[in-house]
Design a protein around this ligand. Structure first.
Ligand code: NDP
Length: 353
């Protein structure tokens, strides 16, 4: 079968031929339909994130997949069922996080991530997976199912944000999404039904397809070159909820200033090291005196994937059409995994039979 891999010492993808994997007991064989590409895939290619599967000189990349069960292999799945795989797997046997069904809360070193850290991903014609890590999806998600994984990350982040305010009556009316990449835009669409007013931060000039989507969702575009995050409260309004998806480290701290009293900021971006000055005393005081929360969130578990299916069903068709901008065949993997003007979500399509 064809597989898109990164070889040791390389930072561009290669298309290789490799045997179709044999499902072990409890695993199904899945034929891949589509795999989405995100910023983490670029970090994996550049060697900045994760690591190779033990003993292998290459890693099959890709972690946002949708496929169809080719061989249920004695599992409870049915031939032809559409599925989305989750990402984290236990390193050996299992551990308490996986036993509790909460691999997303496992600390580094206690999990593998398919396509990212220590395990092969899904960017190949077939992959195998234990049944418990496959989420069934309806047939109409054959093209959009690649969005379930990133949306599940937002489902988890929102769940933690709401849980942190669950001791009092907290009904957010306003939200600010930092970042107009795929994760930011998916979140903006998901928040559409939750808040009355939303803002989305970027750093691009109009015309731009991401700003068109922000407009179409009825949100307000904020250009960070004109209005830094620390000034949004004055220029627009303090917001109840901030979702950071820029990976721009200063935003983690400026979020405190953008929040209204009792607000929550959830950070998802994964920045590199960066040393800079902040007025830590003022921010600390503001967090305490205004009952603010800043929390980090990574990955998601099965329940979040289930809920993300519902979120995907609720976003309008024009939105999924507009966000999936580029579809490439596996032979054009190098082109797919390079940056391109006006791209939002790029997809590798293996098959849609
Ligand atoms: P992208 O890199 O595609 O999007 C980030 C967006 O933020 C880009 O559109 C970029 O603008 C914008 N941006 C960056 N800096 C600024 C700034 N200073 N002012 C305004 N806009 C800015 O990433 P994704 O959408 O895929 O993911 C977002 C972040 O979340 C990444 O850091 C990613 O690693 C992380 N992530 C975390 C997960 C988790 O579970 N915690 C899961 C998935 C992703 P431009 O394009 O114009 O440069």
């Amino acid at each position: 079968m064809k597989a898109i891999v990164v070889e040791r010492g390389e930072n561009t993808p290669s298309l290789i031929e490799t045997p179709v994997p044999e499902p072990a007991d409890g695993e199904a064989l899945v034929r891949t339909l589509r795999v989405g590409i995100d910023g983490t895939d670029f970090e994996v290619l550049n060697g900045n994130h994760g690591g190779f599967p033990a003993g292998d000189d290459h890693q099959i990349i890709g972690h946002e997949a949708v496929g169809v069960v080719e061989d249920p292999n004695g599992t409870g799945l049915e031939n032809g069922q559409l599925v989305v795989p989750t990402v984290r797997r236990p390193p050996e046997g299992s551990n308490e996080y996986f036993e509790r069904g909460e691999p997303d809360m496992a600390p580094p070193g206690t999990y593998l991530e398919r396509g990212i850290d220590g395990a092969h991903g899904f960017m190949s014609e077939y992959f195998t997976s234990p049944e418990e890590y496959l989420v069934t999806i309806p047939d109409e998600f054959a093209e959009t199912g690649i969005l379930v994984e990133p949306m599940s990350n937002t489902v988890k982040a929102l769940e933690h944000a709401f849980a942190s305010r669950s001791m009092f009556d907290w009904s957010p009316e306003t939200a600010l999404v930092l970042g107009n990449g795929p994760l930011g835009l998916l979140t903006l669409a998901m928040l559409d039904q939750t808040v009355e007013r939303s803002y989305c931060l970027g750093r691009r000039d109009r015309p731009d397809p991401t700003i068109d989507i922000i407009d179409e969702l009825g949100a307000t575009y904020v250009d960070s070159r004109e209005t830094p995050v620390s000034e949004i409260a004055d220029v627009h309004e303090p917001v109840d909820f901030v979702y950071e998806a820029t990976g721009y480290a200063k935003h983690a701290f400026e979020t405190v200033e953008a929040l209204a009293p009792n607000g929550v900021g959830v950070l998802l971006g994964i920045p590199e090291d960066w040393t800079f000055d902040i007025d830590g005393g003022r921010l600390h005081r503001e967090i305490v005196l205004e009952n603010k929360v800043i929390l980090g969130s990574v990955n998601s578990h099965l329940r979040h994937f289930e809920s993300a299916k519902e979120s995907l069903a609720r976003v309008p068709d024009w939105f999924t059409d507009d966000i999936i901008t580029d579809v490439f065949s596996p032979i054009n993997a190098e082109q797919a995994l390079s940056s391109g003007n006006n791209r939002i979500k790029t997809v590798i399509e293996f098959d849609t039979r």
